[in-house]
Design a protein around this ligand. Sequence first.
Ligand code: NI
Ligand code: MN
Length: 212
Amino acid sequence: MKITHFGHSAFLIEDLLIDPFITGNTQCKANAEDIACKIICVTHDHPDHIGDTIDIAKRNDATVVAVHELALGLQKEGVKTEGMNIGGMIEIGDWKIKMVKAEHSADVGRAAGLVLANSQYDKTVYHAGDTGLFGDMVLIGEEGTHIAILPIGGRYTMDETDALRAVDLLQPEIVIPMHYNTFPGIEADAEEFARQCVVPVEIFHCGEEKEV
Ligand code: NI
Ligand code: MN
């Protein structure tokens, strides 16, 4: 499964893009205009997650998947949307997209995490969005999480210590850290996190593509 990380919480997994905050991320020199995708999932409406969603969606004629209230707002901007809510699942293209809880705020609707399964690959991806640690991650892990993409920056989300506890709850095969070192207040040492983590950690540089 081909994964590209554009810094912060932005990932392109095959043809599905998540939280494309590209323009304005001084830590990542990627260009939003170069990104091709069919689906964009937005975990919540904070600017460091919505990012370039509208521009990329319009240019690619991509469908934006978001929590119901946020989807309604994006639809008014002229974007194709699929609204959903916590606990729900939709199928688009090769993807099954389940929206799961996240402990975080949002201006519209609420913040969410995503469980993503692609019919071409036998790997389930959990993108936690912005969240603190919560015990129900056990339930997400029970569904069989292969790749867990977890925030480690602290202050607005889990820090490295709580992300290690999240790994215990989720029992993934691989962890990818996100949401750190983008701006002041969310400094984290991903290498140290990797040393302490009981499962392999894939650290991506900005714009880096890996087969995972
Ligand atoms: Ni946020
Ligand atoms: Mn954030």
